[in-house]
Design a protein around this ligand. Structure first.
Ligand code: UD1
Length: 352
């Protein structure tokens, strides 16, 4: 069995790590990196820290508009798929790299498996929502992380192609959590364990409107403990362009950190403020309260279980929400037990 994994952006490297580890010895696993993320701490650091084999191909497409970026990937991936003749093109999550790989493969009549299939925000302003819907409908095998995702696929007539495998980010999170357990706090910011929050902000809907971004930053600045803001390049660029000072009030601005440092920091934090999909779930799995700056979430279980609160407007309420009492303890595991990658790889072998 020859599998071509296509990745390009930070969260996809995290998902690739457990899949690469779970590949059986008789499988040939090739990795194509589109180059969507290219800064060292957005890309290479993840391969090194998570022990992911170096990519066999790197298209180096870099940044651009959706059309430029996706188009460049499409042309490059077509060449790679034709050259490698894989039994499966395995695509991850919902970025432009995911959609480009799915489009390239479906046009060439190569089987596509979509890992993290069936997630829906039902928010058509999100580029990820188009990417995941289009990818699911192009794919032959839909590897779903949750029962809710399975239900969405069934509603769209895709039940026959869907398999519930669990969430591979849970696999890697549990492994890294155990590896970093007991390590001192790995942040360069001057903060004490339990006495700070971790924040990330990168979605265009939050960053690209200066008035909204300013309101969010002003409200985070009023939180009663230091907030370490791991600033994505998109956020830094937009803030600089509009003269918005990020390092104000409680906010301590930091570079994005690697995955082990992130897990170490979140586990020792008082809570998380984010608009990232993955981080909401990681906070829940580490049993750290999360406040999500979005109108909806794909990971609805985190909200239903009381560990995640959504906030989309009236950001003056943010400090009170972030500093709310700790939610009720739960041992529910809606994202699986940390063995999803093995199940996913088995599904590929059975259906390949
Ligand atoms: C992308 C994904 C998003 C995912 C996120 C994780 C799409 C449409 N979006 O968003 O789903 O949650 O990755 O981080 O695919 N930049 C750099 N260096 C880099 C990468 C990006 O400076 O290594 C800057 C560039 O100015 C670029 C901007 O960040 O234009 C945005 O990067 P892009 O890959 O277009 O989207 P993300 O916001 O990272």
């Amino acid at each position: 069995m020859r599998i071509l994994s296509v990745v390009g952006a930070r969260p996809q490297f995290v998902k690739l790590a457990p899949i690469a580890k779970a590949m059986p010895g008789d499988a040939e696993h090739l990795i194509a990196h589109t180059g969507q993320h290219y800064d060292h701490n957005m890309s290479d650091a993840f391969f090194a820290d998570l022990g992911i084999p170096q990519p066999d191909f790197n298209l180096g497409v870099g940044s651009g508009t959706h059309g430029e970026q996706t188009g460049a990937m499409l042309a490059g991936l077509e060449r790679i798929i034709t050259e490698t003749v894989p039994d499966w093109v395995l695509v991850y999550g919902d970025t432009n790299s995911t959609l480009a790989a799915a489009l390239a493969a479906v046009k060439l009549h190569f089987p596509i498996a979509h890992l993290e299939a069936g997630l829906r925000s039902f928010n058509r302003r999100m580029p990820e929502e188009h990417n995941r819907v289009l990818t699911d409908h192009a794919a032959d095998l839909l590897l779903a992380p949750t029962q809710v995702a399975m239900d969405h696929l069934a509603c769209e007539g895709l039940a026959e192609r869907a398999v519930l495998v669990g969430d591979v980010m849970t696999d890697v999170l549990y492994r890294v959590r155990d590896e970093v357990a007991g390590n001192p706090l790995a942040l360069s910011a001057p903060v004490e364990p339990g006495e700070f929050y971790v924040a990330t902000l990168h979605r265009p809907d939050n960053t690209d409107d200066p008035a909204r971004l300013r309101a969010i930053v002003e409200s985070i600045a009023k939180v009663g403990k230091p907030v370490v803001l791991l600033a994505h390049p998109r956020l830094r660029n937009v803030a600089e362009r509009h003269g918005i000072e990020l390092g104000t009030g409680s906010i301590v601005v930091s570079e994005p950190v690697g995955y082990p440092q992130l897990v170490n920091a979140v586990a020792q934090s008082a809570g998380v403020i984010t608009d990232s999909g993955g981080l909401q779930k990681e906070a829940f799995l580490l049993r750290v309260p999360c406040t999500t700056l979005r109108p909806e979430t794909e990971w609805v279980e985190t909200v239903d279980l009381g560990w995640n609160v959504l906030l989309d407007k009236d950001f003056t309420a943010l400090p009170g929400i972030v500093e709310r009492p700790r939610p009720a303890a739960t041992d529910t595991s809606p994202y699986g037990e940390g063995r999803a990658a093995e199940t996913a790889v088995r599904a590929l072998a059975e259906r390949g």
